[in-house]
Design a protein around this ligand. Sequence first.
Ligand SMILES: [Zn+2]
Ligand SMILES: [Zn+2]
Length: 392
Amino acid sequence: MPGKNGFRVCSVIRNDDALKYSLLIAMSGKGFEDTRQAAMEAGADEFMVKPLDFDRLTALLDRFATDSPSKQLSAVTEHTGNPFVRFWGVRGSIPTPGPETVRYGGNTACVEFRGGGEIVVLDAGTGIRPLGNALAAEFAGKSLSLTILLTHSHWDHVQGFPFFQPAYDPSNRIRVLGFEGTRDSLAGIFSAQMESPFFPIGLAQMPSHLSFEELRSMEFSIGKVQVRAAFTNHPGVCVGYRLEVENTSLAYLPDHEPFHRMRNHSVIPDALKDQTKQFALAEDEKVVRFLKNVDTLILDAQFDADEYARHTGWGHSSIDDAVELALRANVRRLVLFHHDPSHDDAKIDQMVQHAQELVAKSGKKLEVEAGREGSSCNLLVTSQLGKDLGTA
Ligand SMILES: [Zn+2]
Ligand SMILES: [Zn+2]
């Protein structure tokens, strides 16, 4: 393909709804391991080095004819039934196992969404390890196709990935979508945390079909799921997502601090104070519009009001601000998320109660729950967060 970038071609085919289940064999004159890896990450099923070896190609085609992961994907991964979310990690910053956190859970951010025939994993904190084990059991002997949507690359959102069992199965296809980091590419960030000083297996050695796709647009779709992204107020490049499918909507903003709070806190010259405040309020209004009328909102509510006063500018919300944002956006159900590592179960209970009191005072209607590891909720139903799955 003179003048064309074959990796990009692979990636475009993989991202096209009509073509994504095609069998892709990439061929290159370069025999570097790095080239092979780049082709596989771009979505190729196999990689061959030129010149063309017809016997090897025939053998590959025979193998795919009988054993094509691509062919099986649409059939076996298809999720039918109502859209739902399941919580596998609800903690912020660092895992907090122990008797004090056993009810809400100690794993860091990971939420499973199913809807429109898709499995979408929101963030890859340590909660992705039990999710991976559950998926491996559910799809035993079958190919699995899923998308990981990443909000940002802080540890509590990527650290579980090296322990994600489906990534070690060559018949699985895993797409990782997210925005480019401030210093490194999306794939570079995942690769760096698996370099030899930190982990014994490199990213390139994971045998599944792994592709990393940097998002350029704030609106895109994953199959039938319509997704919008919005930048949140958090250190580095960080977004929240809004997913719409089958007449329901879910928003996920695990790390966010109201713009106006932080701008008040900063040392701002007097002459710019008013302008800065107006700017921050306009940014907050954009977040409200992004969340407007969403059915279920999973939102950063890391601190209580006292703690927040000591942590202004850390990129997280107080429970009071989280409730206010949900009320302003006319959200139906608010799930408190990114629990502070110092909060035990009793503290989180108190925060839920406080949030419910704030809602009662407002005179508006809003269901409030705290995200709890092992719980799930049907996105079409307004009742309390659902049954315990016994997986926590
Ligand atoms: Zn976080
Ligand atoms: Zn973060």
